[in-house]
Design a protein around this ligand. Structure first.
Ligand SMILES: C[S@@+](CC[C@H](N)C(=O)[O-])C[C@H]1O[C@@H](n2cnc3c(N)ncnc32)[C@H](O)[C@@H]1O
Length: 182
């Protein structure tokens, strides 16, 4: 079941990358873990920088919502060095370790053509959407992975809050939310 879900994510991520391939810009992923979907992005967009944000040590405990306590301790079985080693196969990978969105500040203004938000939890997802949208180029795509995933209610809340406040429509594909920038 988990494998199937990962396969769907990878296919969708690959399709989004193929769609934005002709555009100029960089790509980003918020929520990298061991680098499975990051590898798909780096492979599909070999000529673009791909910023990869994660603590590489699991969720930051202090930003978990009260209904997200089940995530405490999850995704800790990774580490920066291992992911850096794996991603060294891709010249375009740029690992950005630490707690997002503070880590994004160092990058300044970037032009993004694809962003994969796979952070599972409310505050991280909302921060990722808010950071990515103004940096997205025309024609760019923002894919939010956990939208209709039952164990990630915070991600769905963040998607709705962002879309409502910004007045932006989105589509649902395979339980993921996709935002297209005009
Ligand atoms: C579902 S996993 C990502 C899965 C990954 N995309 C893959 O293909 O396997 C979620 C990741 O989000 C990271 N994360 C969530 N909120 C974060 C934040 N505010 N700063 C940095 N990393 C965060 C966690 O550390 C975790 O590794």
């Amino acid at each position: 079941m988990q494998y199937e879900d990962g396969k769907i994510t990878h296919e969708l991520v690959a399709r989004c990358c193929q769609e934005v391939l002709p555009l100029s810009g960089d790509a980003a992923e918020v929520g990298v873990y061991r680098g499975d979907s990051a590898e798909v992005i780096c492979r599909e967009l070999p000529n673009d920088r791909v910023f990869l944000f994660d603590t590489f040590a699991g969720f930051p405990a202090d930003i978990l919502d009260s209904c997200e306590k089940h995530f405490l301790g999850a995704f800790r079985d990774t580490c920066f060095d291992d992911v850096a080693q794996r991603m060294s196969a891709y010249d375009n990978a740029r690992l950005v370790p630490g707690v997002f969105p503070a880590t994004a500040r160092g990058l300044g203004r970037v032009n993004l053509k694809f962003v994969h938000v796979d952070a599972d939890i409310y505050l991280s997802t909302l921060a990722a959407l808010w950071w990515a949208w103004p940096n997205l180029v025309s024609g760019g795509i923002m894919l939010c992975d956990d939208y209709l995933c039952g164990s990630c209610p915070g991600a769905a809340r963040a998607v709705h809050q962002f879309a409502d406040l910004e007045g932006i429509a989105f589509e649902t594909r395979a339980k993921r939310a996709i935002f297209f920038k005009d």
